[in-house]
Design a protein around this ligand. Structure first.
Ligand code: FES
Length: 154
């Protein structure tokens, strides 16, 4: 390459600062991590009358299976809630990572909740499988009467 073509190339090439390069790299890494995270099942939007959430099982066919899960968007609660069934018992987990507050996704293959931000993982009961999170996910006690699931938020 002669001096003229080298000069032409330099003039036509964009110049990035170190910060721009690192910023673009971080964006690519973030997207890669998010792409690997589990997704959440489609959300049911519900109201919380006096803090109590009631979900008719007839409206939640995904809970018919003994290992069913459903996502619930509760009015007034900033993060989604994942209701997890194991046989005849149910738990409702607040999907707010206890590390820095990101929303974990559901990994159906491993029945875990995987946080896309820094890699924390939680089991289907909200217990920490892998840090950096140290505390379990917050959860709400669920009662089931055969036709309705109920839990109280707040
Ligand atoms: S916010 Fe979930 S691992 Fe950091």
């Amino acid at each position: 390459m002669n001096e003229r073509s080298r000069a032409d190339l330099k003039a036509s090439s964009p110049v990035y600062t170190r910060r721009e390069v690192l910023g673009r790299g971080a964006g690519v890494v973030s997207l890669a991590v998010i792409g690997c995270a589990g997704k959440l099942p489609p959300a049911h939007e519900v109201q919380a009358e006096g803090g109590e959430v009631a979900i008719a099982l007839a409206d939640a066919p995904e809970m018919a299976q003994p290992d069913g899960v459903m996502t619930v968007e509760v009015a007034g609660v900033k993060k989604p809630v994942l209701v997890v069934r194991e046989g005849e018992s149910y738990e409702a987990l607040l999907l707010k990572c206890t590390h820095m507050g990101c929303t974990p996704g559901w990994n159906a293959a491993e029945r875990s909740l995987d946080c896309p931000c820094h890699g924390s993982r939680f089991d289907a009961h909200g217990a920490v499988l892998k840090g950096p999170a140290k505390a379990p996910l917050a959860k709400y006690a669920v009662t089931a009467d055969g036709s309705t699931l109920r839990f109280r938020v707040g």
